[in-house]
Design a protein around this ligand. Structure first.
Ligand code: SAM
Length: 322
């Protein structure tokens, strides 16, 4: 990829527009701006006076988005930050409630294709993986300092890696001799340690380890949980929250959060009469997870693992007790 260009094909663009239903003059927040592909569509759909607040943890993504959205002038308000902190930014902007929020989780193709960011095992680069390199600790630090048990937990929990223990122990032994500072060093170790790891395969044996470290380093699941907790509260009645996730751990969090918000009575089943008076706060718009069409998957293989879920906030009188 040439330097300075931002390459990322937005996934499920039609479905995002269908479920978010952006309308003229509306107020929207894209919490995962990336190269602003979805953001552009939202700004077009809300023309001429809709406002989009775009957030990303990554300064490089924001810079790309800024130039991609320049034509919309002050209709696009861009802020660096974690979407779980949207309250802080909305309060500073004196924005109370939104017509819609979009979260398109994970990393962009641009981040994956920039070796210097350390997300990919395909090219050599520093083992970093932070979406915001000014925040938290890098993957190299985690690999250098975490105990074997902690590494094993990370690989098992976030990567669902079968050989988590074996890989963790090998890292702890090897790092005594040579610290892991680059992506290829770690990818090579995984290929060496995993049974059959040297045999060429469709999925690289380090895929799950890299995913696990990335999720851990960026606290992705914690951000998602916190982001969902705040996002629906910031919606107007009738406002919509659309989330696209890329692996089962994320999707489970989204599904459970939406189910809890849409629940009516939460009394234990043994009670014959409802005493909680709990009212649903939202309506789930996607009874089943929505997936990319075969034709989209043909042109953008990344969309194969995308899962979209959406909710709509109910009117205040319907969820007074939430
Ligand atoms: C899949 S890309 C989004 C692509 C974008 N929808 C588009 O159409 O171009 C995900 C982006 O979200 C950012 N991101 C991921 N988690 C985030 C979080 N918790 N807060 C803010 N940004 C986040 C990443 O840095 C990345 O740029």
């Amino acid at each position: 990829m040439s330097e300075g260009t931002f390459s990322h094909v937005s996934v499920m663009a039609d479905e995002v527009l269908r479920f978010l239903a952006p309308r003229r003059g509306g107020l929207y927040l894209d919490g995962t701006l990336g190269g602003a592909g979805h953001a552009r569509l939202i700004l077009e759909a809300t023309s001429p006076d809709g406002i989009l607040i775009g957030m990303d943890r990554d300064a490089a993504a924001l810079a790309a988005a800024k130039s991609n959205l320049a034509v919309f002038g002050d209709r696009a308000i861009l802020r660096q930050g974690n979407f779980s902190d949207m309250n802080v930014h909305l309060d500073l902007l004196e924005i109370d409630q939104l017509d819609g929020v979009l979260l398109d989780l994970g990393v962009s193709s641009h981040q994956l294709d920039s070796p210097e960011r350390g997300f990919s095992f395909r090219e050599d680069g520093p083992l970093d993986m932070r979406m915001n390199p000014a925040e938290g600790v890098s993957a190299a630090t985690v690999v250098a300092e975490a105990e074997a048990d902690e590494l094993k937990r990370i690989f098992r929990e976030y990567g669902e890696e079968r050989w988590a223990g074996k890989i963790a122990r090998a890292i702890v032994t090897d790092r005594e001799r040579t610290p892991f500072v680059t992506t290829l060093q770690l990818a090579d170790l995984v290929s060496r340690v995993v049974p059959g790891g040297r045999v060429p395969q469709r999925i690289h044996p380090a895929t799950r380890i890299f995913q696990a470290l990335r999720i851990h380093v960026n606290g992705e699941l914690e951000s998602l949980q916190a982001g969902l907790d705040v996002a629906w509260k910031r919606l107007k009645a009738g406002g919509r929250l659309v989330v696209i996730s890329f692996h089962s751990l994320e999707d489970r969090i989204v599904k459970q959060a939406f189910r809890a918000l849409a629940a009516s009575c939460t009394c234990p089943p043994r009670l014959a009469v409802c005493v909680c008076g709990h009212q649903p706060a939202v309506r789930v718009l996607t009874r089943k997870a929505v997936r990319a069409t075969e034709s989209e998957i043909d042109v953008n293989p990344r969309s194969r693992s995308a899962v979209l879920r959406a909710i709509e906030k109910l009117a205040v009188e319907d969820h007074q007790n939430v």
